[in-house]
Ligand binder design. Structure first.
Ligand SMILES: [Zn+2]
Ligand SMILES: [Zn+2]
Ligand SMILES: [Zn+2]
Length: 146
């Protein structure tokens, strides 16, 4: 659970109403230490609040549009949602398990990209960078070794 983020305040700062559903969804994503699929978010929020899938999808879209949540398109599976970089959370690369599809957050400093060099040398405009590391997660490795 993140002690630093105030989800209600994040919503208000983005200029959108901090409704109970929105706070719950943002908190579900923010307090998890790896990115979640929309189905995961629904399962978590549904436990504490009566909400339907369509509402969850709509709110996820809204949170992505307002840069509170980032949508990660990783592998061929469903999109994953993680907290967008904010004052408490640096942008960071992600790990994708090619066996089970599990996605993990990696430390921001694990991979060094010189964004300034990229911006100077790339002939277009760079808006967002997403680094993906692929491999086999520790659970799948364990199963393989049995
Ligand atoms: Zn936080
Ligand atoms: Zn795996
Ligand atoms: Zn992440």
């Amino acid at each position: 659970m993140c002690q630093n983020c105030n989800y209600q305040k994040l919503l208000e700062q983005a200029g959108i109403d901090a409704t109970a559903n929105r706070i719950q969804i943002l908190e579900a994503i923010g307090s998890n230490n790896y990115p979640l699929t929309a189905a995961d978010v629904f399962k978590i929020v549904h436990r504490v609040q009566s909400i339907n899938r369509v509402t969850v999808y709509r709110i996820l879209d809204l949170l992505v549009e307002n840069d509170l949540v980032e949508r990660l398109r990783i592998g061929s599976r469903a999109a994953y949602y993680g907290l967008a970089p904010n004052e408490n959370h640096a942008a960071h690369p992600h790990f994708y398990c090619i066996e089970c599809g599990h996605v993990d957050c990696l430390q921001a400093k694990a991979i060094n990209i010189d964004a300034d060099v990229l911006k100077r040398t790339f002939p277009g405009e760079i808006i967002k960078m997403d680094v993906r590391v692929e491999g086999i997660c520790k659970n799948c490795l364990k199963q393989k070794n049995h």
